[in-house]
Write a protein that binds this ligand. Sequence first.
Ligand SMILES: Nc1ncnc2c1ncn2[C@@H]1O[C@H](COP(=O)(O)OP(=O)(O)O)[C@@H](O)[C@H]1O
Ligand SMILES: [Mg+2]
Length: 272
Amino acid sequence: MILLLFGMETEVKQVEEIELQIKNVCKNFMIDKKKREIIKNIDINVKKGEFVSIVGSSGCGKSTLLRIIAGLETVSSGQVLLEGTEVAGTSPRCKMAFQEARLLPWWSVEKNISFGIGRKVDEEEKDKLVAQYINLVGLNGFEKALPRQLSGGMQQRVSIARALISDPKLLLLDEPFGALDALTKINMQKEVLKIWESEKKTMILVTHDIEEAVYLSDRVIVLSERPGEIKNIINIDIGRPRKRGSHDFSYFTNLIYKEFFTEVEREVEYSI
Ligand SMILES: Nc1ncnc2c1ncn2[C@@H]1O[C@H](COP(=O)(O)OP(=O)(O)O)[C@@H](O)[C@H]1O
Ligand SMILES: [Mg+2]
């Protein structure tokens, strides 16, 4: 009896901690008048404050899945629940940053960031919020700069600040560092880790960079080729900050690379 009660209690606790539920989600698109399955039977529960990465080959439906979570795309079947409520269209509870920073070129850094607030606030509160998020992403001194006066990494910082300023529960990152040079990318990964630790947001990152996924994530979800199905979920059981090149780090990157090698081998077979 005690055991039973104990079991029930942990179950209730687990339910409370879940931020996002993706329940058996499938998505089809009509391409060239034919129905194509893009993603299939995706089942994921993401805990509050968790950092999850999704990796998979190009075209396997990663961006489609993020767009569904963000309410930018509908499901063909299944359900997405954010804090227990079904996602139906975009909402300030969930924000997204993309590979291209997508800033308005004629607006300054502070104006681009304040655009993300998304609700009416008085001037004083707006200035306070903008200053807080400029500080969070380390862009002090660049408040008046235009996007073209910034490096790619700095533009991404603006994009992340714009996404975070409305205080969303969930931040979705779709290959945000894919266009950056190797060194800037590593610095940005450190920044995102710092922000994740200080802001305690739930984050889902789509990336094709396996080291990036291992450096940042609590869990890495490997999708199969299209239609993207969950092939494996790997818990990255290493403390942070993680050291690239350490034994544990290499263990996990190799584990995920192995999943990809089988994909690549199959691709070669098909193309012969
Ligand atoms: N709006 C759309 N209409 C038709 N096909 C689409 C649409 N969006 C994506 N697709 C197709 O879905 C597949 C997966 O795309 P995407 O989710 O962008 O993949 P990934 O991000 O993994 O590279 C691609 O074949 C793409 O052409
Ligand atoms: Mg994509």
